[in-house]
Write a protein that binds this ligand. Structure first.
Ligand SMILES: Cc1ncc(COP(=O)(O)O)c(C=O)c1O
Length: 390
């Protein structure tokens, strides 16, 4: 049996393509200030980017990346532990730790790798309690670790599972703080309380809220003043930070443990200088320009309410990640193609990334009110044409 000949998502793509829906791996010839991209010679509004603050094209971020390449080269030629650590990494780690309200931080090559590091926390007697909606990287992390995995649907279910768990081993509760597909948020207060009640450690993945939420942008945990009661924060520099890379933040002892034992970090080349410098410059802008995140949240609010007025329910999202649900992938795909034709690029998502078929919309601080109107007019026109209301 050919190992490559298994059924998979490539077949789902082929079915969509046969119906004229070509939504995946589309390549852009240009990105214009992040709010538009040029695909197949057409300029389309990008309404699906996670570059929430529009920092990936900010002149100061670009300059910082270019200066770092000139100074350090394009790659460091080794892992952090052996020969790849730069002062730049250390500076970024110090700043990110403070930003996330933690004692120490480690930066990694990607957010995915930061999450895979969690596998080093799971010994044979340990149990990982994971939210069923968690990102694929968190699911893979617990698959890679030893120990048992208990998935939970909500806080009541988590309580049941914690109460039923044998004592003796370590307990780790792992959750996204903002869920990446439906844009809903974890009940961090409830999770902290349960973790404390059942003597579990709490790990949150702040990939989608660091830079966007919190009084200084330090993420949802800082919105509730909970950063001191969370054992580890993981995150990504690929979204609001407009760069690439991941972060692990927690107590100095816990970060030291991960630095030395997490294989996805230990056996991988250090974050490139340009990415580290871009993230540092982005962090300065995040701290100095709170109006950027305010703008992102305002545009998201306008898009949520405009979609609701058109009859599209964007619940359970309360964030800039805006889901529009459909009965099946055929309906979602037709809508995606209609919007693309109308000049609006969205993300077409289905299982296993999300529970059902949906479009995932997001706008960045580089968009403006006119862009919201453009998206809403396109949704309205396509909806009328397809006689579909999501
Ligand atoms: C919640 C969450 N965690 C982690 C990641 C992985 O981050 P990265 O793309 O930097 O590898 C993503 C993004 O894709 C994500 O949505």
């Amino acid at each position: 049996m050919d190992p490559f000949a298994k059924p998979g998502l490539h077949q789902a793509e082929a079915i969509l393509q046969a119906h004229g829906v070509d939504a995946y791996f589309r390549s852009a010839a240009e990105r214009t200030g992040d709010s538009h991209v040029v695909i197949d010679g057409r300029k389309v509004l990008m309404a699906g980017s996670g570059d929430y603050l529009g920092l990936s094209t900010h002149p100061r971020v670009i300059e910082a990346a270019v200066a770092a390449v000139r100074r350090f080269g394009t790659g460091v030629g080794g892992s952090r532990a052996l020969n790849g650590t730069l002062d730049l990494h250390r500076e970024l780690e110090g700043r990110l730790a403070a930003f996330l309200g933690q004692e120490a931080a480690a930066v990694t090559g990607s957010g995915f790798q930061a999450n895979l590091a969690l596998s080093a926390l799971l010994g044979r007697d340990d149990i990982a309690f994971t939210d069923a909606r968690n990102h694929a990287s968190l699911i893979d992390a617990v698959r890679l670790g030893w120990g048992k995995v208990r998935s939970y649907r909500d806080l009541a279910h988590l309580r049941e599972r914690l109460a039923a768990a044998p004592s003796g081993g370590g307990r780790l509760i792992i959750t996204d703080s903002v869920f990446s597909m439906e844009g809903d948020v974890a009940d961090l207060r409830g999770l902290v309380a349960l973790a404390e009640e059942y003597d579990a450690k709490l790990v949150i993945d702040a990939a989608h809220d660091m830079g966007v939420f919190g009084p200084d942008g330090g993420g949802l945990a800082t919105s509730y003043g909970l950063e001191g009661r969370i054992d580890l924060i993981t995150g990504a520099l690929s979204k609001a930070f407009g760069s690439v890379g991941g972060v692990l933040a927690g107590s100095a002892d816990n970060i030291r443990y991960l630095d030395h034992n997490a294989r996805s970090v230990l056996f991988s080349t250090a974050l490139p200088p340009a990415s580290a410098a871009a993230a540092l410059a982005a962090l300065e802008i995040i701290l100095a320009e709170p109006e950027r995140r305010a703008r992102t949240l305002d545009l998201a609010g306008a898009l949520h309410s405009g979609l609701r007025e058109l009859g599209y329910d964007t619940r359970p999202s309360t964030t800039p990640i805006i889901p529009v649900r459909f009965a099946d992938m055929a309906a979602a795909g037709a809508f995606w193609a209609g919007l693309f034709e109308a000049g609006v690029f969205t993300n077409l998502v289905g299982p296993p990334a999300s529970a059902g078929a949906m479009l995932r919309l997001s706008l960045t601080a580089n968009h403006d009110d006119a862009d919201v109107t453009t998206v809403l007019e396109a949704v309205s026109a396509v909806g009328h044409r397809l006689h579909s209301n999501g």
